[in-house]
Design a protein around this ligand. Sequence first.
Ligand code: ACO
Length: 309
Amino acid sequence: MGTKIAGTGIYLPKEVLTNFDLEKMVETSDEWITTRTGIKERRIAKEESVVEMAKEASLQALEGAGVDAKDIDVVIVATLTPDKRFPSTACLLQAQLGIDKAYAFDLSAACSGFLYALEVADGLLRSGKAEKVLVVGVEKLSEIVDWSDRSTCVLFGDGAGAVVLERSEEESDILASKMYSDGSLWDILYADKCGYIRMKGRELFKVAVRNMEEACREVLKGAGVSPEEISLVIPHQANVRIINSLADKLEIPRDKVFVNIDRYGNTSAASIPIALHEAIEEGKLKRGDLVLMTAMGGGLTWGALLLRY
Ligand code: ACO
């Protein structure tokens, strides 16, 4: 009895903002951004709302799963950039998709939001309280970025990723997971009074590597799986140097770590579902593979989750 990943989908806004475009906006350079972060370009949702991005990603995931939207029991949207303070993005999405018998809610855990949402969905499916759950990570960070602050505006991007999860009689795809938070560290990464992202980058860098490593080790230990058995690591895409440090500490070869930060920047709760979908599409992830996902974000929140895809 457990949870099955039935389908995935993504949506990336049309508009591309390159490092060269940013050179014209703030005192920065493609060279600085590339070497410090691994980012070359990101997508900006100029035309698209958060709900529209979530809808496109969800439709693709539902189609991939062969599931009718009407059969979804629960809709969970992980986001820190909802279109409206209320109702939730999840309720707006429910209406857009014509899901009539589900209940829907947003989940706020910043960059760890998608993993938190998988954790909640897995609990609902395992307990029999739901049969089919739609989980979406979606962000329009371009709206809460201070475009005059070069230390943050180069890092973030917009996009959406969705996953349809089903209750299964077979062995679970989700083998182990562990989520954490430490609210006493809230001021390392937060939205200020005007709603703009503020961050202590250096501090965050160190905490991110340490906490994600610990969470990964805990999850691997709990599942009795060694790092060598992992086919692919899908980390939250915050900074390629964080990702590389994590891989080195876990002694997992870098070619087993999925990276798309060069194209999308940090899309917070959307980053892992976008990467998961692309890894499947690119044939880097096949059924039966062991996948380790890990994230760290504002809160602070962090966690790791082990999948047998
Ligand atoms: N272009 C050029 N120079 C810049 C830029 C920029 N865009 N931004 C900052 N600088 C300058 C600084 O002003 C500083 O100049 P100074 O030495 O004259 O004072 C210098 O570059 C070094 O700045 P640092 O902040 O110390 O640079 P660092 O090597 O730490 O890199 C970065 C900054 C990329 C933000 C890094 O600390 C980082 O990635 N931290 C993790 C934060 C993160 O990923 N946050 C995302 C959300 S949380 C998460 O998902 C884990």
